[in-house]
Every structure is written in structure tokens, then in C-alpha cells.
Design a protein around this ligand. Structure first.
Ligand SMILES: NC(=O)c1ccc[n+]([C@@H]2O[C@H](COP(=O)([O-])OP(=O)(O)OC[C@H]3O[C@@H](n4cnc5c(N)ncnc54)[C@H](OP(=O)(O)O)[C@@H]3O)[C@@H](O)[C@H]2O)c1
Length: 337
């Protein structure tokens, strides 16, 4: 994997150059399913042991950034990671980058009958950050992300709270997830907060951000056009774009049995490219994202050691311009306009 290693990150951190360490990542390990179960039963020793091996495998493969959210496995993924951190040497924490997110609340959280909702109130954001740090068993987050836009957010108050959390050293950088260009602009202007990262769903099966730029002057493609300008805005504002569900849950790399004819054509082409390049279908699917000049950083969610290793082989330079376009056209199921 071509990216900064743990020693590089420690050195940059000591030189107060953490933002360069964040910017130097090509792949991130996503901890959404690290603890295996989303029910509200406590973490078991067996789940913890399995999760520890997954983290060890990720480190061995060269992953140095770990993506969390307070809701993943209902807090158990963070708790598991925190137990892992507790067993490491003192300097280990500074050699990796940890990011987590908050702002999504489950139904019944806060009283029976309360709906699933988003909550960027200063009180909720502060208590979420404190809960994340307690579960992760560490003193600071390198990056804190607002998980999904909250229409009721009081943006100036949110910005003040985020700056307070930064001044207290609990979070270093702030990012967002699932936010449009204009929502980020509002956070920057009204909330007076710098945004370092935007984590979006981007993959061959979810191409909106990339496709919007192609469909701008066409009569169709309204779905893609919803995200018009977000990718270009992030590029021009130096906001790192991270891609969640980058394998589209394995649909084009062997993880689905119910493919349509056109999906099968895409999957066959992915397999042929993998064979030709002595690579893997996973690496081809991820390389399609990494070949884009926006510097898209896939967040890998597999907990299967073989698939994790296959993902680690991804590299934008694997694909020629023509191969990139062929994958794009096959995934669109129609030629480019
Ligand atoms: N910001 C957000 O709103 C948001 C939302 C969702 C996710 N995320 C982040 O993005 C990360 C990745 O998301 P994701 O897990 O949905 O990504 P993904 O890479 O698209 O999908 C990985 C999932 O697909 C399965 N899969 C892949 N290939 C397969 C195959 N050939 N056969 C069987 N199963 C296969 C994996 O199972 P195995 O484990 O068995 O390989 C795993 O459950 C998460 O961990 C999280 O950090 C963020």
C-alpha cells in the first residue's frame, strides 16, 4: 500500500504537521462492522478477539487511519478499538490517525417513541465526543466528522462548540459526511469552522458525484445532478473526499449472486482487468475511485482478511484513461452522451 506509515505519522505529528499526515492517506480502514453485531447486547470476548485480529491485519497491511462513528455496532466497535489501544505501547496512539463521527440518533434514544433523527445541538455534539473518547480510551480525536446534515442545526452555536472542543484539545480537525458543497459553505461561513474532510458514498455503483459533472448540460440525470458541484468544491477548497461503501458492498467483485446482464458485463470486465494486471477485482473497483484527480480516499469496510489484502493492492495508476472510461460506461449501462 502506497501511503504514510506509522513512523511517518508520528514524525509529522511531533512536527505539528498532522494535516499533512491526514492528507497523505490513500486508503482508510472503516470500523463499522468491527464488533460484528448491531444489537444492544454487550461486547463479548469472542467478538473482541475477532476484532483484535482484524485490527492487527489492517495494521500489518499498512492501514494507518481508522474510521469510526459513535453508532457503529451501537458503540461496540469503538469500545473494542479502545480495548485494543489499551494493550498497545505508549507511543502507539500517536502513530495512527483516528476519526469518528456523531450526529445520528437511533429511535428511542432519548425516550420511548422518539424517532430516528439527526442532532447537531451543542449539548449532543459535546456529549457524543466525550462518549467516543471514553469508549476509544484515548484523549483526542484527530478528526471529528458531522455524520449527516441536521436541518435543525443552529450553525453558529454548533461552530462555537466545535471550536471549544478544538481549543480543549479533544478534537484536532473537523470534517463532515454526506454534506453538499452549499452545506459545507454554510458551516464555514456561519459556523466559522474549517472543514478538512467530506466522507460521501462514492463507488462504481453510486457515481452521482462523478457523473454530475458529465451530465451538467443534459436533459436527464436529475439524481446525479443533486450533487452537482460538491466534488469540484471539495477539490478547490482542499477538502479531502473519502468514499464510503467503495466496493458497493462487493457487487462487482464477487459478492452478489443476483446481477442483471449489464451488471454481469461490468463484473466480467472487472475480473478480466484484474487477471490482466495480476491484481484483484477489489483493487480494480477501488482503483477506479483513486484514478480520479480529486484524490478520493476509499474507506475499506471488509473484515475478511483475504478481501482486506486484495483492497490494499488498489492504486489509481493501475488503470489507463480508456479502462477507467470503460468501467464508467459499463456501470452507467449506457454510452456517454
Ligand atoms: N459516512 C457514512 O455515512 C458511512 C456509511 C456507511 C459506511 N461508512 C464507512 O465506510 C466503511 C465501508 O463501508 P462498507 O462496509 O459498506 O463498504 P464496502 O467496501 O462497499 O462493503 C464491504 C462489505 O461488503 C462485503 N463484501 C465485499 N465484497 C464481498 C464479497 N466478494 N463477498 C461477500 N461479501 C463481500 C464485506 O463483507 P466482508 O467483511 O465479509 O468482506 C463488507 O460487509 C465502513 O466501515 C464505515 O467506516 C460510512
Amino acid at each position: 500500500m502506497k501511503q504514510l506509515n506509522q513512523a511517518d505519522i508520528s514524525a509529522l505529528r511531533r512536527d505539528n504537521r498532522l494535516s499533512e499526515a491526514i492528507g497523505g492517506q490513500n486508503l482508510i480502514y472503516g470500523c463499522m462492522n468491527l464488533a460484528s453485531s448491531w444489537d444492544d447486547t454487550p461486547l463479548t470476548d469472542e467478538q473482541a478477539a475477532r476484532g483484535f485480529s482484524t485490527i492487527e491485519k489492517a495494521l500489518e497491511l499498512g492501514f494507518t487511519t481508522f474510521d469510526h462513528a459513535d453508532i457503529y455496532c451501537r458503540g461496540k466497535s469503538e469500545e473494542l478499538f479502545g480495548r485494543f489501544l489499551a494493550q498497545q505501547a505508549d507511543r502507539f496512539r500517536e502513530s495512527i490517525i483516528i476519526q469518528s463521527k456523531a450526529g445520528i440518533r437511533f429511535p428511542d434514544d432519548g425516550g420511548e417513541g422518539t424517532p430516528g433523527r439527526y442532532d447537531f445541538s451543542p449539548e449532543h455534539i459535546r456529549s457524543s465526543v466525550e462518549g467516543i473518547l471514553e469508549r476509544l480510551n484515548c484523549g483526542y480525536l484527530d478528526l471529528f466528522l458531522l455524520h449527516r446534515p441536521d436541518p435543525l442545526a443552529d450553525i453558529p452555536a454548533l461552530g462555537r462548540e466545535l471550536r471549544k472542543l478544538q481549543n480543549e484539545g479533544l478534537i484536532h480537525y473537523v470534517g463532515v459526511s454526506n454534506h453538499s458543497a452549499s452545506q459545507i459553505q454554510a458551516l464555514k461561513k456561519l459556523g466559522e469552522i474549517e472543514i478538512t474532510v467530506n466522507q460521501m458514498e462514492i463507488s462504481l455503483g453510486h457515481r452521482n458525484l462523478i457523473e454530475a459533472g458529465v451530465l451538467i448540460n443534459q436533459n436527464h440525470g436529475d439524481r446525479a445532478l443533486r450533487s452537482q458541484g460538491t466534488l469540484e468544491y471539495c477539490m478547490s477548497e482542499d477538502i479531502q473526499l473519502q468514499a464510503w461503501s467503495p466496493l458497493f458492498r462487493g457487487r462487482y467483485s464477487g459478492g452478489a449472486a443476483d446481477l442483471s446482464e449489464s451488471e454481469q458485463r461490468l463484473r466480467d470486465y472487472v475480473s478480466a482487468l484484474a487477471a490482466e494486471k495480476d491484481s484483484s477485482p477489489e483493487a480494480i473497483v477501488l482503483s477506479w475511485l483513486m484514478r480520479h484527480p480529486a484524490g478520493i480516499v476509499p474507506v475499506i469496510g471488509s473484515t475478511h482478511s483475504g478481501r482486506m489484502a486484495a483492497c490494499a493492492g488498489a492504486d489509481g495508476s493501475l488503470l489507463s484513461r480508456e479502462e477507467w472510461y470503460q468501467l464508467f460506461v459499463l456501470s452507467r449501462e449506457e454510452p456517454l452522451p
